[in-house]
Design a protein around this ligand. Structure first.
Ligand SMILES: Cc1cc2nc3c(=O)[nH]c(=O)nc-3n(C[C@H](O)[C@H](O)[C@H](O)COP(=O)(O)O)c2cc1C
Length: 193
């Protein structure tokens, strides 16, 4: 049996080969503090054997929400292949040491952008110009020095417990496969579309 995360990577690669520029973006859904569902796009940084990693700013809602309720869903839509992958699992925050390690692999231009907007993430701002000025200042202040780790930089990974692979088909009925992952292994079932 193909391990579900191997299939996930295979579908991602196939979507990229078909020319998709944003295949690695997915909808992250969490439970809002008021109990209401809340979804947003995140860039998936790594898909490893047992975890899906993304980065965010500590002041975003997803951080507060996942601290209160660690269950999360990640949904990929691969338009070019008409495929969907739904992942449900538990979110775990990276340690500060791990955040620091990843920070130093982050491209310099992305570090500068992050440092300019992360402290006010999600808050109302008068205008964008102030943030652009800040971005230019950070860039000129650190021309010859590495950029310090932002205290707002926050990696979160989701450990999948259930993954559903859905292939939308018009030539015949759609294919739907569910993988349930627990301590004893993986249970695979075909589901009706
Ligand atoms: C293409 C795209 C990529 C994004 N990537 C990320 C990301 O990797 N991490 C992140 O926190 N927000 C990312 N965002 C912004 C989020 O969708 C969201 O608006 C923001 O993180 C606020 O989230 P919150 O609702 O949890 O406060 C991205 C948005 C777009 C449109």
């Amino acid at each position: 049996m193909t391990y579900p995360m191997d299939l996930m990577r295979q579908w991602l690669d196939e979507e990229k080969l078909k020319g998709a520029q944003n295949a690695q973006h997915a909808v992250l859904s969490t439970q809002g503090l008021n109990g209401h569902p809340h979804g947003r796009i995140v860039a998936i940084r790594e898909i490893e054997e047992e975890r899906i990693l993304f980065f965010t700013q500590k002041r975003t809602r997803k951080v507060e929400e996942l601290k209160k309720n660690s269950t999360a869903a990640i949904t990929f839509w691969f338009e070019r292949s008409a495929r969907e992958v739904m992942i449900e699992g538990d979110a775990i925050f990276l340690s500060e040491a791990e955040n620091e390690k990843y920070w130093h692999t982050y491209p310099r231009w992305a570090q500068i952008r992050f440092l300019s907007y992360a402290p006010t993430s999600g808050l109302p701002i008068e205008n964008k110009q102030k943030l652009e000025i800040k971005r230019n200042e950070i860039e000129s202040d650190h021309q010859d020095t590495p950029l310090p780790l932002s205290p707002d930089y926050c990696g979160i990974y989701v450990i999948p417990k259930r993954i559903v692979f859905y292939t939308y088909r018009l030539d015949e009925l759609s294919d739907v496969w569910e993988y349930q992952i627990n301590e004893t292994g993986v249970v695979k079932k075909r589901l009706s579309p």
